[in-house]
Design a protein around this ligand. Structure first.
Ligand code: P5A
Length: 444
């Protein structure tokens, strides 16, 4: 992609309305554009990153056997009246009337709708467990939408739902998601810590938030530092192995502020291991048994002929919020340098030719390199403008491709100036650059 033809509306300075660095960068490089309070359009750069995050989230759901569906954004109020949440949800729910005067709503979450889908088709324990997910826009009329897409009104969520015959089986499902979430965030190069959390309007009494540390985060957390050293390596998708893995995390005190108890914290965690800080909630999982299945009559036949209400859990990842969360974790705002993890980078590499008006050879060289990279499935962005070198570098540092190829004075025949953002540049042959980037992409 040539920068001159791209829709990447870069601003010279940080927009004053943005208070945190992810919001600043997203507006600065034109990843998003506000359409109204808490509602955003996603422009090419932002959309590319979000789609890559979505792909990783999807792959990890598929790996644990969750089946993908797609439910609508607009729901009927009827099912919410059945579950009893229509009134409870309050003003955060956007309520709409259709032309027949029917009460509809823009879904803030899908527990009711998926229970309705389940109860119409699944009648026997023999079809269990069922794990379903979709990736769809949600709307919550937040009182104070802020920080750009971090707390907005319309956002993109992966929400999954589990249906099991018993508490024990439901815990198995819960633990599969627990592991899958840790793997998903690892692939995004984020360290997300599971923390015991409140269940709020979703309900139930077992819940974990997955939080990444960030000073600008909205969740206050109290944790034992040693939880950061735990590994999920070797965990198998089997009951016992998953149970042990979750227990390993639960040994360490780690809670959000709604669950915080000073006495317990000080008793369980010696001073040098205590960490009180802030974080961003990127995922949240819940187990709520028959909270929805009972009022909505979602039951199955049991082996002995009796019937029982299905045991359910729900599991959310903030796909759009993750774009901002990765920026919060990776953006060096002081030096204005962003380095996207290769797994979600909008471009793998930036090609920066120093163009002299009377000599187009650097641009020609950039074109040839780009063609070769494309042949090898490496996505490059070329700065083909005639701006000066330092402003080109500044721009590419904001766009955040993790690698740069600079074509200028240092280019020496076959040897190109190649740089991993944040490190010194080196001289490399194109063939070796291709191998290095390909290796990184495969690893991730
Ligand atoms: C779990 C899936 C639920 O809604 N029902 C279906 C459950 N959980 S949740 O915690 O309320 O939301 C899941 C994730 O969505 C992101 N999120 C948001 N992102 C941007 N703006 C918002 N206003 C917003 N609200 C929630 C979070 O990442 C959250 O963990």
């Amino acid at each position: 992609m040539f920068i001159s033809k791209s829709f990447i509306p870069i601003l010279k300075n940080n927009p004053s309305e943005a208070k945190i660095k992810s919001h600043q960068l997203m507006l600065r490089v034109g990843m998003i554009k506000q359409s109204s309070a808490g509602i955003y359009s996603w422009l090419p750069l932002g959309f590319k990153v979000m789609k890559k995050i979505e792909k990783i989230v999807r792959e990890e759901q598929d790996k644990i056997g969750v089946q993908e569906i797609l439910m609508p954004t607009i729901q009927s109020s009827e099912i919410w009246k059945e579950s009893g949440r229509y009134e409870d949800y309050g003003e955060e729910m956007l309520r709409i009337k259709d032309r027949q005067g029917r009460e509809m709503l823009y879904g803030p979450t899908n527990e009711e709708l998926v229970t309705d889908i389940f109860r119409s088709s699944i009648k026997s324990y023999k079809s269990l467990p069922q794990l379903l997910y979709h990736i769809q826009w949600k709307f919550r009329d937040e009182v104070r939408p802020r920080f750009g897409i971090m707390r907005c009104r319309e956002f993109y969520m992966k929400d999954a739902y589990s249906f099991d015959i018993s508490d024990e089986e439901a815990q198995f499902s819960y633990n599969k998601f627990f592991l899958s979430y840790l793997k998903t965030f690892n692939r995004l190069d984020l360290t997300a810590i599971p923390m015991a959390a409140d269940t709020g309007p979703i309900g139930g009494n077992l819940s974990h938030e997955f939080i990444i540390l960030a000073e600008t985060g909205e969740s206050k957390i109290f944790t034992d530092k040693r939880i950061f050293d735990l590994s999920i390596e070797g965990t198998k998708l089997e009951k016992k192995s998953l149970e042990n893995m979750r227990k390993k995390f639960e040994v360490y005190y780690s809670v959000t502020d709604e669950k915080f108890n000073k006495q317990e914290f000080e008793k369980e965690v010696i001073e040098e291991n205590r960490l009180i800080t802030k974080g961003i909630e990127v995922g949240h999982i819940f187990y709520f048994g028959d909270k929805y299945s009972k009022p909505m009559g979602a039951s199955v036949d049991l082996p002995g002929g009796k019937k029982d209400f299905i045991k359910m859990g729900s599991y959310g990842i903030g796909v759009s919020r993750l774009v901002g969360a990765i920026i919060e974790a990776k953006y060096d705002e002081k030096n204005e340098v962003m380095k996207w993890p290769i797994s979600v980078a909008p471009y793998d590499v930036a090609i920066i030719p120093m163009i002299n008006k009377n000599d187009t050879s650097a641009l020609e060289k950039a074109n040839n390199i780009n063609l070769e990279l494309n042949k090898n499935n490496i996505d490059a962005i070329i700065d083909d403008t005639d701006e000066n070198f330092s402003s080109k570098i500044k721009k590419m540092n904001l766009i955040g491709a993790p690698y740069q190829i600079i074509i200028g004075k240092q280019t020496d025949g076959d040897l190109l100036e190649f740089k991993e953002v944040g490190k010194d540049s080196q001289k490399f042959k194109l063939k070796d650059i291709i191998n290095l980037i390909t290796e990184q992409k495969v690893k991730n």
